[in-house]
Design a protein around this ligand. Structure first.
Ligand code: FAD
Length: 545
């Protein structure tokens, strides 16, 4: 109804305005400020789960199915709100206090168009983690990715046949997929297509058809082709880890959820490799919570590594350089990856408004105006192409700046670090530009342009020019993986195939950071599956599966 739309329009606008004024804090001072001295005892639990993102939420839900297990879920962020129910709000959400406000370190081969060659590296700091602020795209890693987890990294138990039942367990697919056997239909996480059909959809499909591609199920066996985007969403509302997995079990007496609780380290029994609990700061007070059985870190792509490093688990030389006593020498942070995404391609049309969507048009374009390059001099509006490398060869790192949790971690995705990635991206750019030759594009007078930068000379759209220009327009995909990669070999990985930190009997990492190498797809689907898998490992370990 009209009244309703104007409410949401105003609501959205107020967040956009707030984002424009928001100053990203340089550190975690607000989280670590102590106003009351001393250490408070928060009690003893069977399990402590750190982080309420897709992985942590599933784990807390599944473990509390066992009535005599007491579980504490600690989340540094606060509660979610109406605004988070809107999809496509990630830009204003990311530039606000519900995101961690991280940047990359200075990049050499990407982010060149950004101040100090540093890009924003977003991550949700809120109930539900990344799933509360992300775009809601639902794409699983491909079965060939899981075969590599087993065959290249020695992770027995993670073949596609073994993980598929775990995806299906939580999925509730609300559309007719091409192959039903690949999907679940009665889990808590609803997945559907947007009810509105943007006016360009048919033209896009025609263009891809002319290039030889056909309709594919992006979560099915054969994913090469085109498809509309499956979204974690129902009745125009976002479905997140917190709405699907935590709010429905909120009243379980054996589940304690503590928000605004920033975990600063894992505690170990003297000199042994047994985790006894965690230390965290909440409302200006330092607390200790104890775990009888296990501590599970699900603090996401960057922060599970940060917590391990602060706790003395990580590369010996790095920890010693910061005077952190070493509990275990493991390659924490060393294999970090992210999908590189190029944002510099725009689809333009000579007639005004042709690319506008049916609803919320003014709203979105008022916001987009600040970011969209209309320098072509006409009144055209642009649609942006995002071109991503799903299997980058480049690996970066996550390190600490100091031993003090006030400091944000140093995140280096090393985007396009390897020549092979740079060449691969340039080839993808050439492919997108070749769409200009399709009849579909020509029929609506649309053209893909690559936004120019003064630093790159030479003939526009030559291979050399693309290689130069793409470095200015490429940034992280917000799909961080592998900082605590899973593998058999402790010299090259952090957790074993059952997600136990190598050498530790009761400390696990279970989130997107254990993925051994960046896979196809977007990352939330695989993070939910990791949560399901971890919960069963834990139940099995303690004889309750
Ligand atoms: C802006 C953005 C857009 C994205 N778009 C998509 C998309 O469309 N589709 C998709 O599949 N993926 C997308 N992603 C990625 C996806 O959301 C993440 O890969 C996914 O959320 C990772 O899940 P996780 O459980 O590993 O960690 P997270 O979701 O990051 O959850 C970790 C949680 O731990 C909490 N935490 C961290 N440190 C501490 C601490 N010290 N103490 C207590 N709590 C802590 C965090 O606040 C957070 O709530 C996007 C990500 C972002 C940031």
């Amino acid at each position: 109804e009209d009244g309703n739309v104007s409410y949401w329009v105003e609501y959205f606008r107020s967040h956009v305005n707030a984002a424009a004024k928001y100053v990203i804090p340089p550190d975690n001072a607000d989280l670590v400020e102590i106003t009351k001295p001393g250490i408070s005892d928060y009690g003893t639990f069977d399990f402590i789960v750190v982080g309420s993102g897709p992985a942590g939420s599933v784990i807390a839900n599944r473990l509390t199915e066992i009535a005599d297990w007491k579980v504490l879920l600690l989340e540094a962020g606060g509660s979610d709100a109406d605004f988070n129910l809107l999809l496509s709000t990630y830009l204003p959400a990311a530039v606000s206090n519900i995101s961690w406000g991280y940047n990359t370190t200075t990049q050499k081969n990407a982010c060149l168009g950004m101040n100090n060659q540093q890009c924003a590296q977003h991550a949700g700091k809120i109930f539900g983690g990344g799933s509360t602020i992300n775009n809601g795209f639902y794409y699983r890693a491909h079965e060939s990715d899981f075969e590599r987890w087993v065959n290249v990294y020695g992770n027995e138990g993670w073949s596609f046949e073994e993980v598929l039942p775990y995806f299906k367990k939580f999925e509730n697919v609300h559309y007719e997929p091409i192959d039903e056997g690949y999907h679940g239909f009665d889990g808590p996480l609803t997945i559907g297509f947007d009810v509105a059909t943007p006016i360009l959809t048919q033209t896009l499909l025609d263009a891809y058809g002319e290039k030889g591609y056909s309709h594919a199920d992006s979560n099915g066996p054969a994913i090469t082709g085109y498809s509309r985007v499956p979204l974690t969403y129902i009745s125009n509302e976002r479905v997140s880890a917190s709405t699907a997995f935590l709010k429905p079990v909120w009243n379980r007496s054996n589940l304690k959820i503590s928000l605004n609780s920033f975990v600063t380290r894992v505690l170990f029994s003297d000199k042994s490799r047994t985790a006894t609990g965690v230390e965290f700061i909440k409302n200006g007070i330092k607390h200790v919570a104890k775990a009888r059985k296990e501590v599970i870190l699900s603090a996401g792509p960057f922060n599970s590594a940060q917590i391990l490093l602060l706790s003395g688990v990580g590369p010996q030389d790095h920890l010693e350089s910061l005077d952190i006593p070493v509990i275990a020498d493991l390659p924490v942070g060393q294999n970090f990856q992210d999908h590189a995404i190029l944002y510099g391609l725009s689809l333009r049309h000579v007639f005004n408004n042709i690319f506008l969507f049916h609803s919320f048009d003014n709203l979105f374009f008022q916001y987009a105006d600040k970011y969209v390059d209309n320098s072509s001099g006409d009144s055209a509006t642009d649609i942006q192409y995002a071109v991503s490398i799903f299997h980058p060869k480049s690996r970066g790192s996550i390190k600490l700046k100091s031993s003090n949790p006030i400091d944000k971690p140093l995140i280096d995705p090393n985007l396009l670090g390897e020549a092979e990635d740079r060449e691969f991206l340039a080839t993808a750019v050439e492919w997108v530009i070749s769409l200009n030759e399709t009849n579909a594009w020509k029929s609506i007078d649309a053209q893909v342009y690559m936004n120019e930068v003064p630093e790159c000379k030479g003939q526009v759209l030559s291979r050399e020019w693309i290689l130069c220009t793409q470095a200015y327009w490429t940034g992280p995909g917000n799909h961080g993986t592998s900082a605590n990669s899973m593998g058999k070999n402790p010299a090259a990985s952090v957790v074993d195939p059952r997600l136990l930190v190598h050498g530790f009997g009761n400390l696990r990492v279970a989130d997107s950071s254990i993925i051994p190498e960046a896979p196809v797809g977007h990352m939330q689907a695989t993070a939910y599956m990791i949560g399901e898998r971890a919960a069963d490992f834990i139940k099995e370990t303690h004889g309750r599966l």
